[in-house]
Design a protein around this ligand. Structure first.
Ligand code: SAM
Ligand code: DTB
Ligand code: SF4
Length: 331
């Protein structure tokens, strides 16, 4: 094996309070994986995948936007930011009865996890109480509960754990170097701090990012290295392809080569062997063949149901047909 693609010991001194010293992936070693011939990369990813998972089993999560639009943040990819005119209307937080009905439909369709997203920079304490009531509805149906509500304080993370939240999603989104080009209203270290609170509270960490935002391959490697160096690495890693929404600054960005997306999945699989790597936003624009390559590269989770938060996703019948065609089993 090429020596340059082994993980090495390095620790950024400024991050020491967030991550104790451990073996980590350098950006160089991660980039060397991206640079492998495609077939070699796929072979390594399959080897790692099969060491830890049933290669034909795919977990399915359903998403619900419990509080849509009107977000004060300026994330350049996001249709829910108040800074951009995308036609997404700002709504209030959903009521428990409506969330319960959506969760019941997710159970009927065969999802095992229900993820609730809110367009907040950070919830207020009284929002946490209301979300706790929604979480209890979801859990009472036997679903795993996931929330993505923005930045949290330490007590808020503890309160969500107490309410029964199994996974908290909070993405690093891109590499530290590219971050300032995409988001101006918060910094990378704030994301890392919330992730540390989530970990400390005992929730599973769901953390990934978006590719296809005009970043370089080195920056994609930088994102994956950051994720892999969280200690321990996230249990769940959503890899999103940018869904370009008219009105956002990133609409019109050059489209990513689909094989580069597959490579990103494979590198995430190799560097985070026991994580569920989720083939997330972007499936609708991807086609069956690229999705099949993503599963081969080690993706073993998807978002399931007609809608993501505000944009579309393949419908359930289409996904059932894809699973049937590929001999995949939902878990
Ligand atoms: N407001 C919270 C936050 O930002 O953490 C939670 C909701 S936010 C919509 C969750 C994630 O959705 C973002 O971190 C980003 O990775 C993803 N996302 C948002 N818009 C997207 C788009 N147009 N294409 C792909 N992923 C997107
Ligand atoms: C994640 O990484 N992707 C999901 C989920 N976590 C919350 C969100 C994708 C959103 C895509 C754009 C939209 O539908 O608004
Ligand atoms: Fe707000 Fe989250 Fe969208 Fe950023 S990604 S604008 S924080 S909803």
């Amino acid at each position: 094996m090429n020596a340059s693609i082994q993980p090495v010991h390095v620790l950024r001194p400024e991050a020491r309070h967030l991550h104790p010293a451990r073996e980590r992936w350098s950006v160089e070693a991660t980039l060397a994986l991206f640079d492998l011939p495609f077939n070699d990369l796929m072979f390594r990813a399959q080897q790692v995948h099969r060491e830890h998972f049933d290669a034909n089993a795919v977990q399915r999560s359903t998403l619900l936007s419990i509080k849509t639009g009107g977000c004060p943040e300026d994330c350049a990819y996001c249709p829910q930011s108040v800074h951009y005119d995308t036609g997404v209307e700002a709504d209030k937080l959903m009521e428990p009865s409506a969330v319960r009905a959506a969760a019941e439909a997710a159970v009927a369709a065969g999802a095992t996890r229900f993820c609730m997203g809110a367009a907040w920079r950070e919830p207020k304490d009284r929002d946490i109480e209301k979300v706790a009531a929604l979480v209890r509805e979801v859990k009472s149906l036997g679903l795993e509960a996931c929330c993505t509500l923005g930045m949290l304080s330490r007590p808020q993370a503890a309160a969500l754990k107490e309410a029964g939240v199994d996974y908290y999603n909070h993405n690093l989104d891109t590499s530290p170097e590219a971050y300032g080009r995409i988001i101006g209203t918060r910094v990378y270290e704030e994301r890392l701090q919330t992730l540390a609170y989530v970990r400390e509270a005992g929730m599973n960490v769901c953390c990934g990012g978006i590719v296809g935002m005009g970043e370089s391959r080195r920056e994609r490697a930088g994102l994956v290295a950051q994720l892999a160096n969280l200690d321990p690495h996230p249990e769940s890693v959503p890899i999103n392809e940018l869904v370009q929404v008219e009105g956002t600054p990133l609409a019109g960005t050059d489209k990513l080569d689909p094989f580069e997306f597959v490579r990103t999945i494979a590198v995430a699989r190799i560097t985070m062997p026991t994580a569920y790597v989720r083939l997330s936003a972007g499936r609708q624009q991807m086609g069956d063949a690229i999705q099949a390559l993503c599963f081969l590269a080690g993706a073993n989770s998807i978002f399931y149901g007609e809608k993501l938060l505000t944009t579309g996703n393949p419908d359930v019948a289409r996904d059932e047909a894809l699973f049937e065609m590929l001999g995949l089993r939902a878990v």
